[in-house]
Design a protein around this ligand. Structure first.
Ligand code: FMN
Length: 185
């Protein structure tokens, strides 16, 4: 098995991070892998916002807490009530991916860019996790001030975000479903 395949199979969603920040070089590599992801008709309809400022991370966390508290999903509400609630599991870097709403492949393009970063993170021994609630922060024009501060361009929608940092623990692979493949020869 080659190194790329090994990395793909080894990547897990990391939900426990140490406080130590990723290096500038590691951040640069993550963003380059995002920028070089495939996109429909090579439109590259994305914008990436890197948040490493603890105060901004805190404000994103509190806004996400409100999203979860209003979700109507009991497990999410319980999680958000905790004193140590951290939407990104205390990861020191959060990268938001926003895409042009007018581009019909935009959400797919953004997801591919995120996955590239997750795989690159694993290849450098870093942990990562898709953080979904961040993409709900700006629904219906909410949190407009935060949106401006994060430099989300007008007409762009946040489709997802990724937590990145050093793993505090290795995660186990979740079981994979059987019977999801059809091969016609
Ligand atoms: C679109 C999407 C949204 C996700 N949102 C979250 C999330 O908000 N929080 C979280 O802890 N994991 C999230 N995940 C991670 C999944 O739970 C995880 O990929 C899945 O359980 C399989 O585990 P693995 O990534 O370790 O293989 C998300 C994954 C995807 C693809």
């Amino acid at each position: 098995m080659n190194e790329v395949v090994k990395t793909i199979l080894k990547r897990r969603s990391t939900r426990a991070y140490t406080p130590s920040q990723i290096s500038e070089e590691e951040l640069h590599v993550l963003l380059e892998t995002a920028r070089f992801a495939p996109s429909g008709m090579n439109r590259q309809p994305w914008h990436f916002t890197v948040v490493q400022n603890p105060e901004t991370l805190h404000r994103i966390n509190e806004a996400c807490r409100q999203v979860l508290l209003g979700s109507g999903v009991k497990a999410m509400e319980e999680r958000a009530k905790g004193n140590n609630f951290s939407i990104c599991y205390q990861a020191p870097t959060l990268i938001l991916v926003a895409v042009d709403e007018q581009v019909h492949t935009g959400r797919l393009d953004g997801a591919v860019a995120l996955e590239n970063m997750f795989l690159a993170a694993e290849s450098m021994g870093l942990g990562s996790c898709w953080i979904h609630a961040v993409s709900m922060l700006f629904n219906g024009g909410a949190n407009e001030e935060l949106r401006k501060e994060l430099h989300i361009p007008a007409g762009f929608v946040v489709i997802g975000s990724g937590a990145f940092g050093h793993k505090a623990a290795e995660a186990q692979a979740a079981p994979r479903k059987e019977n999801t493949i059809t091969v016609l020869k």
